[in-house]
Design a protein around this ligand. Structure first.
Ligand SMILES: [Zn+2]
Length: 291
């Protein structure tokens, strides 16, 4: 009999822990705040470009004073600010993206179970901008596409790896799609006239390369070179298209990776991600004298 009683007590204790910890983290009935434009001020930027390198950890980005990302280091020598952003376990693509663009940590049950659909509705910076366009893996697009949008649907171009002609060419796909988009005069004209635009440039290769080759390998390093150069080239493209010093840039990751190429846990390598901001509205007092 005592065994049954012990089991019941354990079930009750376990249930109380789970019901305390697995609570929804979304606060209900929040009122949207006024923007700078609503208040009559000119915001420091008209558009934001987000380069999201899936699975790139801060340790790789910052290694040897940025020598492994030389083209991005060149940008930083002239402008911008660098830091480390922290995500939290489970360090996966979905919770990482929701934290960055929705501004909250999803509750653990939703993050662990519902990778492919939205268990709850939440607001995002994509929705608030009213003008979002993104290029991303279809699984990432699915996180956002079914959310309420108040009449300004987010526009995404998406792919699945199986549709690409070669392996590990997700970033090539994205860079080429962005270029192609701005080759059309109508697209350039439309976006030059818009304010509060978010461009979402999702780069999936770092995560896949880390799983396949591990972050300290030569093959991973080679892939990193391609991706970081592509970010610089795409930045230059945006500057040419919008030549008005009104574009802000952010480069960050949804989560990091262990030396073994895995993620999901709460270790430093999985949790710490790069945060690099530059462009309109990002000032710093001292510029590198080597620039
Ligand atoms: Zn992964």
């Amino acid at each position: 009999m005592w065994k049954v009683q012990a089991l019941v007590v354990h079930i009750l204790l376990m249930g109380s822990v789970l019901s305390t910890y697995f609570q929804p983290t979304i606060l209900p009935n929040l009122e949207p705040q006024k923007t700078m434009r609503d208040l009559g001020f000119k915001p420091p930027a008209d558009r934001l470009v987000v380069f999201l390198t899936d699975g790139l950890r801060a340790a790789t980005f910052l290694a040897r004073n940025g020598s492994d990302v030389p083209d991005l280091r060149d940008i930083f020598r002239k402008q911008g600010r660098i830091g480390i952003s922290r995500t939290c376990a489970p360090t996966k693509t979905r919770p990482g993206h929701i934290a960055i663009f929705g501004g909250f940590y999803e509750d653990p049950t939703a993050a662990l179970v519902n990778f492919r659909y939205n268990p709850s509705n939440f607001d995002t910076v994509f929705n608030r901008s009213r003008n979002t366009i993104g290029w991303a893996h279809r699984n990432v697009v699915k996180i956002f596409i079914r959310l309420p949008h108040g009449g300004a649907p987010m526009r995404f171009k998406s792919y699945m790896e199986a549709e690409l002609p070669e392996k590990l060419t997700c970033d090539k796909w994205t860079f080429e799609k962005v270029q192609k988009f701005f080759k059309k005069g109508a697209n350039v004209r439309e976006f030059r006239n818009l304010k509060s635009v978010v461009f979402f440039v999702y780069l999936g290769d770092m995560d896949i390369a880390a799983h396949r080759f591990k972050p300290l390998s030569k093959r991973f390093h080679k892939k990193l070179q391609y991706t970081q150069r592509g970010i610089q080239t795409t930045y230059e493209l945006f500057e040419r298209v919008f030549n008005d010093s009104r574009t802000a840039y952010l480069m960050t990751s949804d989560h990091g990776t262990t030396n073994e190429g895995s993620h999901g846990g709460g270790s430093t390598h999985e949790v710490e991600t790069p945060l690099f901001m530059w462009g309109a509205g990002v000032t710093r007092e001292v510029v590198d004298s080597e620039a």
